[in-house]
Design a protein around this ligand. Structure first.
Ligand code: FBP
Ligand code: MG
Ligand code: MG
Length: 291
């Protein structure tokens, strides 16, 4: 099933055709690159390699004016005037390379220069390198799931929506570093749902999208802004989950309504996504704690 917007279709086709190579390219690139990304995190060889591959291919698509990724300090000007901008997390969960656990790739397509508000997204997709390589794609039309093999994508689910009844939860960060108000919410959720936390956001998000529930990487006592990045992780995943009938939040409002810091494309944000009732409840409890 192709996407009606030809530029988005080109991005998604290019991503689908690159995924087999990325997955195979992880072999032999599991070590540290002895370098840091702009967020100050150690880069794995595969982070840099996947970013170079995607930058090269996505930036050459007609209609793409900017390429940015969590691995690059600055935004790459791709020409094409005021075309779409792509924001990429080339390998999400790269700390799972060493332990050979699930990882992902995240792509957001914004109809605005970066950094942009999440509601400027026209499409967002994530690839999950699991037992099967799959892709979830959200546009303003629908959310679809594909299996990716041999460079092609095969539609396996259309009109993906979050199941009504939540089943799983996953919260990042260390418990002693959670704020009291978040810990109180987490303790309630732990009594009601099953823990599914794998250390790669995309693997955990796919659990929530498949079974229903909530994923969060909260603001921490030591780092109130949390760990995940608004442009490359929060916005695209928030867009996908909201298009699938759920909600996203930074603890106070939809991630897609957060005005980005124009001077910091790598700004971090607390990220919560999942069934709307669970996100509404979190926002209410955090608001009550502030009174
Ligand atoms: O190791 P922690 O603190 O649980 O953090 C895990 C989180 O960090 C991340 O790995 C950050 O993403 P990157 O690997 O792309 O930097 C998320 O995928 C995941 O949700
Ligand atoms: Mg990531
Ligand atoms: Mg990453």
């Amino acid at each position: 099933m192709t996407v009606s917007d030809p530029i988005v279709e080109s991005v998604i086709t290019t991503l689908s055709r690159s995924v087999t190579e990325i997955r195979q390219g992880l072999v032999g690139r599991r070590g540290s690159a002895n370098a840091e990304n702009p967020s100050g995190e150690t880069q794995m060889e595969a982070d840099i390699w996947a970013d170079d591959l995607l930058a090269d291919r996505l930036s050459s698509i007609d209609g793409i004016s900017q390429y940015a990724s969590e691995e690059r300090d600055t935004v790459l000007d791709c020409g094409d005037g005021d075309g779409y901008a792509v924001a990429v997390d080339p390998l999400d969960g790269s700390s799972n390379l060493k332990s050979n656990n699930a990882m992902g790739t995240i792509v957001g397509v914004y109809d605005a220069p970066l950094p942009a508000r999440g509601d400027e997204l026209v499409a967002a997709a994530y690839v999950l390198y699991g037992p099967i390589t799959t892709m979830v794609l959200a546009t303003d039309e629908t959310v679809s799931e594909y299996e990716l093999t041999g460079g092609e994508r095969r539609l396996v689910r259309r009109n993906v929506t979050l199941p009504e009844d939540p089943v799983v939860y996953g919260f990042g960060g260390r418990v002693p570093d959670w704020t009291d108000e978040f810990r109180s919410y987490a303790r309630e959720i732990e009594q009601e749902y099953k823990l599914r936390y794998g250390g790669a956001m995309i693997g955990d998000i796919n659990q929530v999208l498949t079974y229903g529930g909530v994923f969060g990487y909260p603001g921490l006592v030591s780092r109130p802004e949390g760990k995940l990045r608004l442009q490359f992780e929060g916005n695209p995943i928030g867009y996908i989950v909201e298009r699938a009938g759920g909600r996203s939040s930074n603890g106070h409002q939809s991630l897609l309504t957060v005005a980005p810091n124009a001077d910091d494309i790598h700004e971090r944000t607390p990220v919560f996504v999942g069934n709307d009732a669970l996100i509404d409840r979190l926002e209410a409890e955090l608001a009550e704690a502030r009174v």
